[in-house]
Design a binder for this molecule. Structure first.
Ligand code: C5P
Length: 250
């Protein structure tokens, strides 16, 4: 059984802030403000496309861990080389698409091993994206010609990622328990779609759960963006999220 009781410091390590902002200066301001409350800062396509690799350097210099959320999906050689670059940049975690296949996932795993032996950086955690939450059963069947349903496909990709030596997956709150049962306690699960109890806005997230409940279900990391970024007081919002994570898991 995975033990879910956590301390405040452990809650902080599990909290990942989605830096969905369009300038490095705004990102830097949030990292400086929240680094004592947030364990990992997620750089996504928007910020990386605008500001490039200096975002990673800047966040690391302030003392934050970086999740590079660029969802690599290409031929094995190209993804392997991108994984090498992510390792050299010293990111804490990055992700790839399980739909790229086992050979592509293994290329990323091997590149990370080789590169971290050469550099002084530890192995970044690699996570596989299974089925995007914007894809439902109808789209999966009609547009992708996959007819087993989203849940089975997610479990299939989680299994494929694990057998390709990938450390874990990105999954919606609804899939945490099934993945935990299938892939065991050491397989990492990172979950977006989180809304704190006090947050009334679901924004465009359809299937949401609270921070504490996600941890209780077995998530290792939770990703939260707008409830913190748009809060009147982002420090207070982060603080309340940590308190809820700890108290819900007692
Ligand atoms: O603002 P919010 O808390 O909804 O942000 C969630 C973050 O997690 C965003 O950066 C979004 O791109 C990301 N994400 C998601 N659902 C997925 C995968 C990633 O919301 N299935």
């Amino acid at each position: 059984m995975k033990t879910n009781i956590i301390t405040r410091e452990q809650a902080k390590e599990k909290l990942c802030l989605a830096l969905d902002v369009d300038s490095l200066s705004k990102a830097e301001e949030m990292v400086r403000l929240l680094k004592d409350y947030v364990g990992i800062f997620k750089i996504g396509l928007q910020l990386f496309t605008k500001e490039g690799s200096k975002t990673v350097e800047t966040i690391k210099n302030i003392g934050g861990n970086v999740f590079l959320d660029l969802k690599f999906h290409d031929i094995p050689n190209t993804v392997g080389n991108a994984a090498r670059m992510a390792t050299k940049m010293g990111v804490y975690m990055f992700n790839i698409h399980a739909a790229g296949g086992s050979e592509m996932m293994r290329a990323a795993v091997e590149a990370v091993k080789e590169e971290s032996q050469k550099s002084s950086f530890p192995n970044p955690i690699i996570l596989a994206v299974t089925v995007l939450t914007s894809i439902n059963n109808a789209i999966l069947s009609k547009e992708m010609n996959i007819n087993c349903g989203v849940k089975d496909q997610v479990l299939h990709f989680a299994d494929l990622a694990q057998s390709s030596q990938v450390s874990g997956v990105v999954a919606s709150p609804e899939e945490i328990s099934a993945i935990r049962n299938k892939c065991g306690n050491d397989f990492i699960i990172l979950t977006p779609g989180i809304r704190p109890i006090w947050s009334t806005a679901k924004d465009d997230q359809k299937r949401v759960t609270t921070p504490g409940e996600a941890i209780k279900l077995g998530a290792d990391y939770i990703v939260i963006g707008r409830p913190i970024l748009n809060a009147r007081d982002p420090v207070e919002a982060s603080n309340e999220i940590l308190t809820e994570m700890v108290s819900h898991c007692k």
